[in-house]
Design a protein around this ligand. Structure first.
Ligand code: SOE
Length: 381
């Protein structure tokens, strides 16, 4: 059957531009879908860089002004892969132009912007999704199924970490194309919006809403050279953040993120403890889910390490890939997200996390930053 086309206009060409383009290129090889994404146009201000990106990934045309991209009738969906401070304006304009929108995380600089983006996509009735990709690592999706089946019983604890070590040197500058994540004007926050946002998105998905938080943040390097001005400028982002919270289901949460944990490159881990059992997951070993069931027979009771690579519908997404036992990795979480998006698009159904879902994460991030600032508990509102 000839596929219907979803013509993609990609804005940005960094790490995420590559991750998403790769997913669009692969999805129809592995998933039987009504729609096929087509790499119609790539857009960025730097014509030379975007040309090189388009050549590598096979985009058919270029734009250097995102407004022109959005105005193009041959583009159906806008993928926003630019620094956070540009998300709102692009998304609101893309919604007004009737485009579907796939926006890189976090949704926005703060919840106020996020709310405006939600209103824009909802008023326009356009499909929208935010790239919180870790939900679709098969082991994480399996964790969701196990929790939803009630096997863990009442939940008491949820804890998550996202640890990196790439900004320890005070010589790393801030700003510009590569290091905008260190520039508060472009990123909005540091590890809270960049890394904890992933942990919060997964946590809300697995364990429900977060009621209130108490947080601390630290900026270890107070000044860094700014790539654009060439001057030493104050650092406005949080280098590290830890917070406690109450979930709406009564369980307690403990979250930590830093870019100063020497030896850790992207150690995202979570653990959830319930009345009957526990689950834990580690991004560095992402195809495994560890499960403990207290109801197992006494002598055999212990942590199981489930290699989440089996077929037969038991292990999420895996029947689309190789033969049982052969694992997949990071990039596949994006392929799964595109596959789910295209399925929802064909059926006219929303695909989570929508902008509205991602706004919940944004609200928690805002409360975390406010709590650290005010040195007190903050409700998530
Ligand atoms: C930061 O280093 C980063 O690339 C985040 O921006 C991504 O969202 C995360 O998945 C990996 O780390």
């Amino acid at each position: 059957m000839t596929k219907k086309l979803l013509r993609i206009g990609m804005i940005g060409y960094g790490f995420m531009g590559r991750a998403h383009s790769n997913a669009y290129a692969k999805v129809n090889h592995f998933f039987d879908l009504e729609y096929r994404p087509v790499l119609t146009a790539a857009c960025a201000r730097n014509a030379e860089a975007v040309q090189a990106f388009a050549d590598t990934w096979g985009y058919a045309s270029l734009e250097t002004d995102w407004r022109k991209l959005i105005a193009r009738p041959d583009v159906d969906a806008i993928d926003i892969c630019v620094p956070n401070h540009l998300h709102r304006e692009i998304a609101v304009a893309a919604a007004a132009a009737g485009k579907a929108i796939l926006c890189e995380k976090p949704l926005a600089m703060n919840a106020q912007e996020g709310e405006e983006m939600c209103r824009a996509v909802e008023a326009a009735g356009v499909p929208n999704m935010v790239w919180y990709n870790y939900r679709r690592v098969p082991a994480v999706t399996l964790a969701k199924r196990i929790i939803d089946s009630g096997q863990l019983g009442k939940i008491f604890h949820y804890r998550a970490n996202f640890l990196q070590d790439w900004t320890i040197s005070a010589d790393v500058p801030q700003g510009g194309g590569g290091l905008w994540r260190l520039d508060v004007a472009a990123a909005g926050s540091g590890v809270t919006g960049d890394l904890l946002a992933h942990c919060i998105d997964t946590a809300i998905w697995l364990n429900g809403g977060i009621r209130d938080v108490t947080a601390m943040t630290e900026t270890f390097v107070k000044q860094r050279k700014h790539v654009e001005t060439g001057k030493l400028e104050p650092v406005g982002i949080d280098d590290a953040c830890a917070f406690l919270c109450h979930f709406q289901n009564g369980s307690l949460g403990l979250f930590e993120s830093t870019r100063y944990a020497r030896g850790h490159k992207a150690l995202y881990t979570f653990e959830i403890n319930g009345e009957h059992g526990s689950l834990r997951w580690d991004l560095h070993d992402l195809h495994r889910l560890e499960f403990f069931d207290h109801r197992d027979a006494g002598a055999l009771r212990g942590w199981r390490s489930i290699h989440v690579t089996d077929h037969g519908g038991e292990h999420p997404y895996m029947n689309h890939w190789w033969v049982p036992g052969l694992q997949i990795g990071y990039e596949h979480s994006f392929v799964h997200q595109v596959a789910d998006f295209l399925e929802g698009y064909a059926k006219g159904q929303p695909v989570a996390p929508t902008f509205r879902d991602a706004l919940e994460t944004q609200k928690v991030c805002d409360a975390v930053l406010a709590s650290a600032n005010q040195r007190r508990w903050e409700n998530v509102v």
